[in-house]
Ligand binder design. Sequence first.
Ligand code: FES
Ligand code: FES
Length: 842
Amino acid sequence: MTTEEDKRLMEYLRDDMDITSLKNGCNGEGVCGACTILVDGRKTRACLLSTKKVNGKEIITVEGITEREKEIYTWAFAKAGAVQCGYCIPGMVISAKALLDKNLEPTPKDIKRAINGNLCRCTGYVKIEKAIDLAAKAFRDGVIPNESPSKGSIGERMDRVDAKEKVLGTGEYVDDMKMADMIYGSALRTKYPRALIKNIDISEALQHPEVEAILTAEDIPGKRYIGHLVKDWPALIKVGEETRYLGDAIALVAAKTKKGLNEVLSLIKADYEELKPLSSPQRSLEKDAPKIHSKGNILAHEVLERGNADEVIAQSKYKVKRQYSTPFTDHAFLEPESALAVREDDVITIYTSAQGAYDVQRECSELLGLPKEKVRAIVKLVGGGFGGKEDMSVQHHAALLAWYTYKPVKVTLTRQESIIVHPKRHAMEMEFTTACDENGKLTAMKATIIADTGAYASLGGPVLQRACTHAAGPYNYQNIYIDGKAVYTNNPPAGAFRGFGVTQTLFATECNLNLLAEKVGISPWEIRFRNAIKPGQELPNGQIADEGTAMKEVLLAVKEEYEKYPFVGIACGLKNTGLGVGVPDTGRCKISIIDGKAHIRSAAVCMGQGLATIAIQILCESTGISPEGVVVDPPDTAIAPNSGTSTASRQTLFTGEAIRRAALKLKKAMEHKSLEELNGEDFYGEYSPHTDPMGSNKLNPVSHVAYSYAAQVVILNEEGKVEKIVSANDIGKAINPKNLEGQLEGGAIMGLGYAITEDFPMENSIPFAQLKKLGLLRSNDVPEIECIIIEKNKDITAYGAKGIGELSAIPTAPAVQGAYLKYDGQFRNKLPLEGTPYNKKP
Ligand code: FES
Ligand code: FES
């Protein structure tokens, strides 16, 4: 490489040379490894180097590996199921190459060490390590094993259809896009979490030669307040208004270059009157607390009551009452938020990384004051979401800047902005009382839950609901009283995060169960088995467990492992599939026949979970078409029907069933015509099951169309380190078991991080978290994971599939807590757990 320029190597490669396989996951923090390259054969990070340092040296990125290497790494990563969102994968491939170039017989430890500098938030590393092992073998043997082509049937371990583009870095994420005349946008954010904006002076900034536009609240043509469900989040704070958290934007800038953009931002002068932030729900609930929103400081209050918990608890033989505390955590998806908006006449097209194309369309059209059809949203590859890309973060700002400048505007958050701006997992303070009889049969539970919902509603209301509706666990007892509040503070907003509130409340319930078991004199496994919900029984919310319910089977599947080890913990979990509780929820799909191929068109977003592959398998199974005859088009509001947000573990069931229904219509049409003859025809499928609202007075309401169930066993070694996780899951039917294992492993490792290391430190509502301080686990931290899949559901809907994305992360933390209880007798009631070898705290 030779250049006269002296700039950051990553920018030079990505922006100037269009080499985009290396990714920008942390803007020069050197933490994520997504920008890993080889410089003269040595593995290094492009974000930490300047062009000056590498001038004249050989640089290798995935674009530059040999054709044979491309073939082997693509095959190995696809075969192992190592690719999910894909954002980390080119960096992983380079780390693998650095290892295998020197050592074609690596041990598992060598492989772990080789990728320890590369973060992956999706896979739990297990399958990536397997892929590197497979690649080593293929290089050693000089052959890639021959395999028969995939049929695309249900239950097949089909390779992901997006593996190749993600391994080779040819797949496009928003920040990889470039357009003629493209300019760059960003927001100036408040200096204080809570402050009165007294003045914004843009006069000097407007003089900068690179400025294209500076916008403030007055420039918003439509509704300034937006929000996924509750419209309480101003796109820009105006003069005279108070800020609510450190991520609040007060002005938007568009400039010709990234450098110019930062200069313009620094020239805007804002006058603030700094106000003391409300940094905890307790403070927000005090009588003299100022109101964060005009309606007050309580976003939502849920009371769930069945039977008479107080009376039954009083009469029960055994009871335990404990307080629990869980922290904010960051999704830490590897791809920071990015959007590119383009205006043509009065139509805005937004290329986005988001969990719902139609959500982007709705919110941006409201902000711009445009009819929905004038706003088109196209979701590019999404580098992870986990719930953190449901709210608007950059899309609305990009759209507004493009509206005014008539130029393509790209807005990409830095990692630090991403940490400050997007909603987190709710921190919760909880008090749980659980009671049982002399045989360990659960009788009642009572809980109070205070959730810190931060500055804006986001999905805080539904998260609180799920936290409450699932708090009693997957057990058969009927006396419950749960009082939950989601309280506004000046902390970052809290919203959707894999587990959706259940991760928190089941931590409390499951920990209480261990104490009850001890009192009864039975094992933690036994108390769960005695109470586990069976088909035909009532869940604590009154819903009758359906025939496909396999909670007992799940527990039996882990029994042997549980009983084998001394330092072992167990926990169960359940998670709904779909929005439920009477909220309209529809999966939609159109199959369009174009040039003899079946194009699956649905605006359901894959944020890494493998939706396109699942979609193909459902279509192929239903029609007999081979995978080569199917194309999955991207979520695009102009061509694909709205299939809802990728949330609530719903896409495999909801969009999957819509695809199945559309595919059956296509199959019927194929009885008389070939696919070629069907060119130009569309086949539509929709799935919209009924559920009953919260507070329904039905004896046995249907709160959710399906529940999945799980049990996890966590085994510690003599040193108190997690050695193995066994994850058994009732998922209905595995459409693609390889894909499913990836979800289970990734979820378990996310759950393990939640248990032992992840945190989001703040002081006075100012986060001082950085990517490297979030406590994300790396490959060296990952124990053995055994996944067990229980397929009992015989329902034909979506071939029996139920959701798994969230369930996989729910039981881990309490199972880890239970294992430490056995290990040292200490009952820990706070996450992340203290006094373990992972934090070295006393
Ligand atoms: S972008 Fe270079 S290490 Fe993260
Ligand atoms: S696949 Fe590794 S971060 Fe998503």
